[in-house]
Design a protein around this ligand. Structure first.
Ligand code: NAG
Ligand code: NAG
Length: 382
């Protein structure tokens, strides 16, 4: 039976395998060497979520658009569309033993634990959770990475192990990458609830994805779309990542550290005379690094600031995009979102779009026409 199956052309085998749910696919991969190779080739799109609780996982699935409310009900089976695999892993009580061990001294002395000490414990356990999430990610990427064209990862953050797997196994073939680390509905886990509101800490981990220094020869280079939520990537790392991926047309960033004027000016080819280190610019004076971008979403990023206008009538002139001049350089842009960027004036954006940019879809930072339209929900009712 199996030898008949293996005698089929590879395309036919892959087509048949694409109907299997993930577990059956993995089981098939264990049958023989040939079936192992086939099952790896079959896995082209992978979404992985690693959380502490099933409910955390469900809500994150909904928010990321991985599932519709109807699908969440039958969540246990992880409904897959053909060739699209979604894997959810629940890791409750990570290193609970360590956590308890850390508690012991204080229970002995019967003294209330100092706030800073328990905070330290908390961030240690949080780091352990992140390591654990990345270990799962690494395992899957090491096995399936070379055949993946689309990969999404939902967790608390990426660490060096996960980044290394990503940048070595998915280097040239991966087209679509999403890293989602913002899950503000999780308020009862190891993550401090307030940490969801800000980008993750800056980290050298991102250097692996751009392949610099000791990581030369690694890094992503074939990305067409990149989604990052609550990423600690710095403006410079972000520049390098975009520069290394010239086919990038979709860039969606939410709560990202790197979304700052220096990155955006570079992206739109705006030169600031004051800059000393403009080696990135010297390559080609009139090249606009972001000119291929069709979709650019910058959400909940507060470091983009529109300059205030001395006279309201300034708005009418061609300086109404002051602070956002970089948008002019992005000639192919069809969708721009500045949703929830609180230091940008919606009025300026609206005016600039009408008079200068003329981009098909523009999402304003907030709705300014009808300030009464915000719906307030009493937290007690939730
Ligand atoms: C943007 O606004 C926030 C408040 O939402 C403020 O704390 C911050 O300093 C502002 N950032 C800049 C660069 O002006
Ligand atoms: C921006 O301009 C385009 C083209 O003029 C228009 O179709 C679109 O509705 C505008 N968007 C907003 C939010 O004003």
């Amino acid at each position: 039976m199996s030898s008949h199956f293996n005698a089929l052309p590879l395309e036919v085998i892959l087509h048949i395998l694409s109907y299997l749910p993930f577990e059956a696919l993995v089981a098939f991969g264990g049958v023989s060497r040939a079936s192992y190779r086939a099952h790896i080739l079959c896995l082209r799109r992978l979404r992985l979520a690693v959380f502490e609780k099933r409910i955390h996982c469900m809500i994150s699935h909904l928010q990321a658009g991985w599932a519709t409310p109807e699908q969440v009900g039958k969540f246990a089976g992880d409904e897959d569309i053909r060739g699209d695999y979604t894997i959810s892993i629940i890791q409750p009580n990570v290193k609970r033993i360590d956590h308890d061990a850390a508690r012991k001294p204080s229970t002995k002395t019967n003294e209330p634990r100092s706030r800073s000490q328990s905070q330290q414990d908390r961030s240690r356990v949080q780091d352990q959770m992140i390591r654990m999430q990345n270990r799962v990610f690494t395992k899957l990427v090491n096995r399936y990475g070379p055949s993946l064209i689309k990969l999404e990862f939902m967790a608390y953050d990426i660490d060096i192990e996960g980044a290394q797997a990503l940048s070595t196994k998915c280097q040239h073939t991966l087209r679509h990458l999403a890293l989602r680390f913002e899950h503000p509905h999780i308020r009862d886990g190891y993550m401090r609830p307030s940490s969801w509101l800000h980008p993750a800490p800056a980290s050298t981990v991102w250097n692996l994805l751009i392949g610099i220094g000791q990581y030369q020869g690694m890094g992503m280079s074939g990305l067409e779309s990149l989604v990052m939520e609550r990423a600690g990537i710095t403006p410079w790392q972000l520049m390098m990542l975009v520069r290394n991926n010239p086919r990038l047309t979709v860039l969606k960033m939410r709560t990202c550290r790197g979304v700052q004027p220096e990155f955006l000016d570079w992206l739109g080819g705006v030169s600031r005379d004051t800059e000393e280190e403009d080696f990135l610019r010297t390559e080609d004076k009139c090249h606009v690094p972001g000119e291929n971008l069709e979709v650019l979403w910058l959400e909940n990023c507060h470091q983009i600031v529109t300059k205030s206008h001395e006279h309201p009538k300034d708005l009418a002139h061609d300086s109404c995009d002051l602070g956002l001049e970089w948008v002019r350089g992005l000639k192919n842009l069809k969708s721009l979102s500045l949703n929830e960027c609180m230091n940008i004036s919606s009025e300026c954006v609206d005016r600039a779009n009408q008079t200068i940019w003329k981009i098909d879809e523009v999402v304003l930072p907030y709705s300014y026409h009808s300030p009464d339209s915000t719906i307030e929900v009493d937290p007690a009712l939730l």
